[in-house]
Design a protein around this ligand. Sequence first.
Ligand SMILES: Nc1ncnc2c1ncn2[C@@H]1O[C@H](COP(=O)(O)OP(=O)(O)OP(=O)(O)O)[C@@H](O)[C@H]1O
Ligand SMILES: [Mg+2]
Length: 271
Amino acid sequence: MTLLEAVDVRKFYGQTCALDGVSLRVGAGEFVSIIGPNGAGKTTLMNVLTGLTVPTSGRVTFKGVDVGGATPVRLARLGMARSFQLVTIFPGLSVGETLAVAALARLGRSARPFSALARDLEVRAAVDDVAALFGLADKLGRAARTLPQGDKKLLDVATAFALHPDVILMDEPTSGVSTADKTAIMETLVQAARRMGIRAIVLVEHDMDIVFGYSDRIVALHQGRVLADAAPEAIRADADVVRTVLGIAAPPATVSNRPPTGNPSPRTPLQ
Ligand SMILES: Nc1ncnc2c1ncn2[C@@H]1O[C@H](COP(=O)(O)OP(=O)(O)OP(=O)(O)O)[C@@H](O)[C@H]1O
Ligand SMILES: [Mg+2]
């Protein structure tokens, strides 16, 4: 079942063609990674898929609904949430307050009349749940801006999870953190996705160990076009992708389809 679909999407910034006829489908149960060199159009594609950027032409639908120009609140209500390449933490808020903003946004859609107390309790329970999943439970009172980079990244992702989306899109959730932290972040978010019943993940990632360790399908972008869209094994065997995208970062043939270290999750992490 297709949840998210882009059909022949083009996006121009002036003369720059950031996306040049991209089509893509994300189905229920899939973990799809988008890879490509700097400037390939990955973030632009994420922005188009999440309605933030309206394509110059083409169409993006989520559950059959056109998402072009949809606000984050509308998207969250439809069941889509995202995290950003550059962490978007409110510097003045604590960790708990940051998660509470997302929990409130979600609970706010409830038609049930809430007493202030009931709402407070429900928000607090939602914050505690997501904080526990992301290992942030003992940091709820801490100012978000004082967290180490790895925890800032986790908080950013946790905030998106607090919206209880069906589909979550993440733009480089592990960038700027150490290799050991990258694996820990990925394990945390995959476990959280399973526990919360998230139905599909779209990930932009430069770390090929992570991409090949977790993805069911990999979409390779180059100069705004889809160079390949296939299972990891086929991507690794694709000479064009190896030359253009993977380059010297190509994972050695010995890399298995598992997370690099720690307690490996099986492939198809959402099932
Ligand atoms: N707001 C913008 N205005 C003008 N040009 C833009 C804008 N956003 C992106 N571009 C251009 O579109 C192209 C694709 O950029 P994009 O940020 O999507 O690449 P990316 O694959 O995410 O790169 P990176 O790996 O560095 O994050 C680049 O040539 C970039 O300069
Ligand atoms: Mg980018």
